[in-house]
Write a protein that binds this ligand. Structure first.
Ligand code: ADP
Length: 508
């Protein structure tokens, strides 16, 4: 405001002197001073208006004083004054543009700093800004001395970890970080307390710095303020520029609860798998009793025959021997059946072996023979020739197959299907996998439940548990396989299990 009034007064004075006095000189050049004053207060447009006004006053004054007899000298003075005005205006406009750009850059910088600060302060992820520059140069010196494996070096120099912790400086920590490591978490003592009891993760961080890695991310154990151990996901992004190691952002997310929940889930799943194995054996018990009956009955018959051969006079020892041999063979068969059943439940049966699908299907059919007969079900097997073996746990595949066949029998039972056929087909859908499909002539999967079939505890049966398909799918997925179910266009449900072929097995 004050600058404005001074400028107006000066403009009036310059105009007066220029117009009404005889001072010979480029008085109008003094309008430049007014431009400089105006630049302090006005905007770019204001500056242009002031410049135009000054030029107009200059021309007006020229017209009033030299209108009739324009001589060369006064015209030159006019040109000098107008040029000075023009040059000053251009320079002032340029300065103004530069000033505005600097201002906007500054405010953008401030805004981004404020945003960063508010994210840093408010996020529930524990964040630190730590100065790793001294640790980095220490590690680089070690590398220059030929050390490449920091873990081995720590084994020989146990104090190294403590020394490196001492070289770290905590620049800033947010509230979540204070909650995690305690209020004095910026102090080196807090770092020592949290890192030293389980230093493995920290040694990995040192190795990452030494190797010049850009990102470190791992599960790491730390000790909290109250002495409890926490499992955290530690993530550190190291800058490209070594000079920026004085402000490295370190983040930690407490995953202790999540890991405990995952562990409990895995344990529960293992428990369920065991229970479902027992259920599978239960489902086969009728078939097992039937299977055992055959050799046991044969043993009884053979022992009676043997006694008869012995009672002969003289005893027919050759016939006795034949009967005894048959008895041995049948008892071996019975003990094999018991052995296989026990194997189904023993944890040691979880070993990978090379399995031929044809044999697996035959053995499973033998186990289910009685159940299939009871339910009056015909099984048709369509075998793809020359399939390579798969690497799998036999009991697992058998369990899946038994589940699929039992489900098919139950579906056909429930619907009272007149035709009861299960078609089992093997195939090789692609170079890496083989498949087994089990198709039935039941009512098919109920409309709208396809998405839920494999969810735990989903069942449409009055006495069902709904765990069969869920366990079957996870059993196969753990080994890289898959299980899916759909309705066949010609009716009935079809379930397909796919299994990975290990190339080394195929070419073995
Ligand atoms: P459960 O047999 O105890 O019900 P599952 O997980 O084995 O548990 O099966 C879940 C559901 O999937 C069954 O209740 C049934 O609705 C459906 N299902 C499974 N197999 C078939 C099939 N072959 N035909 C029609 N529906 C089926």
């Amino acid at each position: 405001m004050v600058f404005g009034m001074i400028a107006v007064a000066l403009a009036a004075a310059v105009f007066y002197v220029d117009t009404y006095t005889d001072i010979e000189g480029a008085i109008a050049v003094l309008y430049v001073v007014i431009m400089l004053l105006a630049a302090q207060t006005t905007t770019r447009i204001g500056l242009l208006v002031v410049a135009a006004t000054c030029a107009a006053l200059t021309l007006l004054s020229y017209a009033m004083t030299h209108g009739d007899d324009a001589e060369l000298q006064s015209t030159i003075r006019l040109i000098v004054a107008l040029s000075a005005l023009f040059v000053t205006t251009v320079l002032l406009l340029k300065t103004e543009t530069a000033r505005l750009t600097t201002l906007s850059i500054n405010s953008a910088l401030k805004e981004s700093e404020a945003r960063y600060r508010s994210i840093f302060d408010r996020t529930r992820v524990a964040l630190w800004e730590r100065d790793y520059s001294q640790v980095r140069s220490y590690l680089m010196d070690l590398r220059a001395d030929g050390v490449t494996d920091i873990r081995a070096h720590v084994a020989a120099n146990p104090d190294l970890v403590d020394h490196c912790i001492g070289l770290i400086r905590v620049v800033a920590a947010n509230e979540a970080a204070r909650d995690m490591l305690g209020p004095e978490n910026s102090a080196i003592s807090a770092l020592r307390r949290s890192i030293l009891p389980a230093q493995d993760g920290f040694i990995d961080v040192l190795q990452a710095i030494m190797d010049g890695r850009k990102l470190f991310e791992d599960k790491v154990e730390i000790r909290s303020e109250n002495g409890g151990d926490k499992l955290v996901l530690l993530s550190i992004s190291f800058p490209d520029d070594p000079a920026a190691f004085n402000r490295v952002v370190v983040s930690m997310v407490d995953i202790t609860q999540r890991e405990m929940a995952l562990k409990a889930l895995a344990e529960a799943q293992a428990e369920l798998t065991r229970a479902s194995k027992a259920a599978t054996v239960g489902a086969m018990s009728a078939s097992l009793a039937h299977e055992l009956n055959q050799p046991l009955g044969a043993i009884v018959v053979n022992s009676q025959t043997l006694l008869r051969w012995l009672d002969r006079d003289p005893p027919d020892l050759a016939a006795v021997r034949r009967s005894a041999e048959r008895m041995i063979r049948d008892s071996q068969r019975a003990s094999e059946i018991i052995h296989n059943t026990r194997n189904l439940l023993s944890p040691s049966s979880d070993k990978l072996e090379s399995i031929r699908l044809d044999r697996l299907i035959d053995e499973t059919m033998a186990l289910m023979e009685h159940e299939l007969q009871r339910s009056n079900t015909t099984v048709m097997i369509d075998r793809k020739p020359h399939l390579p073996p798969v690497s799998a746990v036999k009991i697992e595949l058998q369990q899946v197959l038994i589940n699929l066949i039992t489900n098919a029998i139950q579906a056909m039972d429930e619907a009272g299907s007149p035709e009861r056929t299960i078609r089992i087909a093997t195939d090789r859908p692609d170079i890496e996998r083989v498949s087994v499909t089990v198709r039935d002539t039941g009512p098919g999967i109920i409309e709208g439940v396809r998405d839920k079939l494999f969810a735990p505890f989903f069942t449409t049966k009055a006495t069902g548990m709904g765990m069969g398909l869920s366990i079957c799918r996870s059993t196969l997925e753990v080994r890289g396989g898959s299980l899916d179910g759909t309705n066949h266009p010609e009716g009935g449900a079809v379930f397909e299990m796919c299994l990975l072929i290990k190339p080394e097995i195929e070419h073995a």
